[in-house]
Design a protein around this ligand. Structure first.
Ligand SMILES: Cc1cc2nc3c(=O)[nH]c(=O)nc-3n(C[C@H](O)[C@H](O)[C@H](O)COP(=O)(O)OP(=O)(O)OC[C@H]3O[C@@H](n4cnc5c(N)ncnc54)[C@H](O)[C@@H]3O)c2cc1C
Length: 492
């Protein structure tokens, strides 16, 4: 019987297990997106790497769905499952720093906050190329590519990955990385840099380069314009970003802010979020053209990158509310007049005041890596916009209208901006043709590697490599893909 087997497994683990009925279970199944409420049969919290192996072996032996939970920010909840095994990594959290090599090595239960704090405490000023949100975890983030505020200066997070340790479906612990020479290891390391979380095994450790910022503090902040100025502002911005140095990244925001005079009402804004990796005064010079466009509010700070991430990073969290997330990837020139009109129309039509969209400003050092050098294909993008439709978890009747709004907003956004794909880290179960959109021409090689590493497809989920799931294009009427994380094998 399964409960006997679980008891036996628990006796072999250095860590522990939670099951439905255990007091801590309900908290352990909560993830960032409150709409995801899946109840696995058991959650394993490994204390040592061998526990991860035991958990994997157990799931395979008992034919149970298997998921791995890092920071729990998968927009679709692919870190959880129904009635299966979840391996929750949080207690594997050792971090070490090699000063000579300028590298930090972390077990994969950490979140970016832990690494930022750890590096701050070294007093070196070195920073990892990590997430803007401190509660996101390195494995999900880096396996999908990983954009940092300083990626235009230092490349994507994966461009700073030196090596990783992964337990593959055959139960082996493999140390692969830039040092690898065997073809299978080289292939797997390639796939782990952009091929997406949960596909090839369980990553238990990553070794990454840390970088010295160009100045000890950076110019960071937010510049907000009234939404109706979007055409004028984006008209300038779209060309301006082609002239700035790689040390300047200016992300974007569309949403609400409190009216400065009447704090009980909101105003709709288009925001720009600069992060200048250099001296404050030089950053201000670069921004002067944007500041002349009469923003309604400007908050510029001079602080270290980790402090900016702590200050700003939690702002885009869903934090337990109900959400639907979707992305697009735009080329150079993508923030054009047509896009500005789409933004104004859609934001004025938003069914929920809590919804917002942001975009990442890409290019720079990220673009210097060839699209097939790692599994991350969108090297020539310039902007990666993401929509977060957020509504009241207690109002499931609002789901359809919010999802339809966000879906059609981003269909129009993609069309107007001549999109070239979408970003796997903002994974969307309603994304038509997702293999092509996320992986482009790299998908074929990913499938070949997947077949070799995981021939029995133990690591499978709705949008896992090799899954034939494909939601239809067009108007959303069926929300069921949002509620399934498991793979439906194709019917023979
Ligand atoms: C508030 C917020 C801010 C964000 N900011 C950024 C950003 O600045 N830049 C950016 O690029 N992305 C960003 N993202 C997207 C983020 O990178 C992805 O959501 C990422 O997948 C989250 O990883 P996680 O480990 O926190 O989530 P999880 O849900 O735990 O994991 C995500 C996926 O990876 C798998 N996985 C987790 N751990 C492992 C492991 N050890 N081995 C193998 N597979 C594993 C999971 O099974 C799941 O499929 C942000 C997301 C949020 C919610």
């Amino acid at each position: 019987m399964l409960s006997n087997a679980i008891r036996e497994l628990a006796s072999q683990l250095s860590g522990y297990i939670l099951q439905p009925g255990d007091p801590a279970y309900e908290k352990a199944i909560q993830i960032d997106n409150g709409r995801i409420q899946f109840r696995p049969r058991l959650i394993i919290f490994p204390a040592v790497v061998n526990d991860v192996k035991l958990g994997l072996k157990f799931a395979i032996a008992h034919h149970l769905p298997l998921s791995i939970k890092g920071g729990g920010h998968s927009a679709a909840g692919y870190c959880m499952n129904i009635d299966g095994v979840v391996i929750a990594m949080k207690d594997l959290n050792k971090i070490t720093f090699d000063k000579k090599k300028q590298a930090v090595t972390a077990e994969m239960g950490v979140i970016w906050y832990d690494i930022y704090k750890f590096m701050q405490n070294t007093g070196t000023g070195l920073v990892p190329i990590g997430g803007g949100c401190p509660t996101v975890a390195p494995p999900g983030f880096m396996l999908g590519g990983g954009y940092s505020f300083v990626s235009r200066s230092y490349g994507m997070s994966i461009d700073n990955l030196i090596s990783l340790k992964i337990i593959t479906p055959d139960g082996e612990l493999r140390h692969i990385g830039l040092h690898s020479t065997h073809k299978d290891d080289v292939d797997l390391f390639w796939a782990c840099r952009g091929g997406g979380g949960g596909n090839f095994g369980i990553v238990v450790e990553m070794e990454m380069k840390v970088q010295k910022p160009h100045a000890s503090t950076m110019l960071v902040g937010q510049i907000h314009y009234p939404l109706e100025k979007a055409e004028e502002v984006l008209g300038v911005y779209n060309e301006w970003v082609e002239k700035v140095p790689n040390s300047m990244a200016v992300y974007g925001y569309m949403g609400n802010q409190k009216d400065l005079v009447d704090q009980t009402t909101n105003v709709k804004v288009l925001g720009l979020t600069p992060v200048f990796n250099g001296e404050y005064a030089e950053g201000i010079d670069w921004l002067s053209g944007l500041l002349k466009l009469k923003p309604i509010s400007t908050s510029l700070f001079n602080m270290t990158l980790p402090n900016w991430e702590f200050y700003n990073g939690n702002f885009t969290k869903v934090a337990g509310r109900a959400s639907y997330i979707r992305s697009t990837v735009l080329p150079k020139g993508g923030m054009n007049n047509k896009v500005a009109k789409v933004i104004i129309d859609a934001m004025n039509d938003a069914p929920s005041p809590e919804s917002f969209a942001v975009w990442t400003h890409t290019g720079g050092e990220m673009e210097k890596v060839a699209p097939d050098a790692t599994a991350y294909v969108h090297r020539h993008s310039r902007f990666v916009p993401e929509i977060k439709a957020i509504w009241d978890l207690q109002k499931p009747e609002d789901t359809l209208k919010n999802v339809q709004w966000a879906h059609s907003f981003f269909e129009s956004f993609a069309e107007a901006g001549k999109a070239t794909g979408a970003y796997v880290n903002y994974i969307d179960p309603l994304q038509h043709d997702w293999p092509k959109m996320y992986y482009g021409s790299n998908y074929k090689r990913l499938q070949e590697i997947k077949k070799k590493v995981d021939p029995h497809n133990y690591f499978n989920f709705q949008q896992g490599i090799g899954s034939e799931f494909n939601p239809p294009k067009g108007q959303v009427t069926d929300l069921s893909p949002l509620n399934r994380t498991q793979y439906d094998p194709p019917k023979k």
